[in-house]
Write a protein that binds this ligand. Structure first.
Ligand code: CTP
Ligand code: CA
Length: 227
């Protein structure tokens, strides 16, 4: 092995990874969130760094420490995550969006704590901007864009639709059906679906091993054909 990072497979490549949930404020003390732990995205950022890439990790709130050697950008809401991604995407060779971004956000944040008055409470929510689709529409030749899909039914057809609609190079389908898989735990069972409509299903493994499988696919796609 060599001391020089130029010898690593992803040396000279810039990578952008999103991870974790987003928190959408309701009032000064409450938010709408989700159960994403961020582990999958942090494992991806760490693995891309190990392979020599220059990695920026844009993360929603998690309990994890930023991986060593990775440029860390902490955000809270979906709108902040979009802004952070737009700041890095154009220079990114490899972008992997594993964050569990809120689909809807309160249409206004109450400036004071909402008091318990009526018997019910209705919040008005508006759709967030789809970060991945936004990047997909800006993607240039030579950039790789990878998304995740979390589905509970008609998994592969929904994932294929997202691959097309968001202009991705491949999509990682997270199985929610299998015991031990899912976005809160330490293991994942994934299927990678590519633009040739090929689906490759992996066994249940640690998120570190899943990250290595995803990076293997990325490296294969970056190799010039016949090389
Ligand atoms: N995503 C995003 N911005 C959003 C919503 C989703 O960047 N506002 C990204 C996620 O990071 C993921 C991919 O889009 O890589 C798919 O997310 P998913 O929730 O599975 O799909 P949606 O398009 O949001 O559709 P739905 O939730 O209705 O299945
Ligand atoms: Ca969603």
């Amino acid at each position: 092995t060599s001391f020089f990072s130029a010898d690593l497979p992803l040396s000279g490549k810039k990578a952008l990874v999103t991870a974790g949930p987003t928190w959408e404020a309701i009032d000064p003390v409450r938010y709408i969130g989700n159960h994403s732990s961020g582990k999958m995205g942090y494992a991806l950022a760490a693995q891309l760094h190990r392979l020599g890439a220059d990695v920026t990790l844009v993360s929603g709130p998690t309990n994890l420490d930023a991986p060593h050697g990775v440029h860390f950008v902490g955000v809270t809401s979906a709108a902040e995550m979009l802004d952070a991604c737009l700041a890095y995407f154009d220079h990114s060779d490899i972008t992997v969006m594993s964050a569990a971004v809120a689909d809807y956000t309160p249409n206004a944040v109450a400036d004071r704590k909402i008091k318990k008055t009526g018997d019910g409470l209705t919040l008005e929510l508006v759709k967030t901007k789809d970060i991945l689709a936004t990047l997909g529409s800006r993607k240039r030749a030579g950039q790789l864009l990878i998304g995740f899909a979390l589905e509970t039914h008609d998994e592969q057809s929904h994932a294929r639709a997202k691959l097309q609609q968001k202009n991705l190079d491949f999509i990682v389908l997270n199985s929610m059906r299998d015991e031990g898989a899912g976005f809160a735990g330490d293991t994942n069972k994934i299927t990678i679906i590519d633009r040739q409509n090929q689906a490759e299903t992996f066994t249940l493994k640690s998120k570190t091993e899943v990250a290595a499988d995803i990076c293997d696919r990325i490296m294969r796609m970056l190799k010039p054909s016949g090389g």
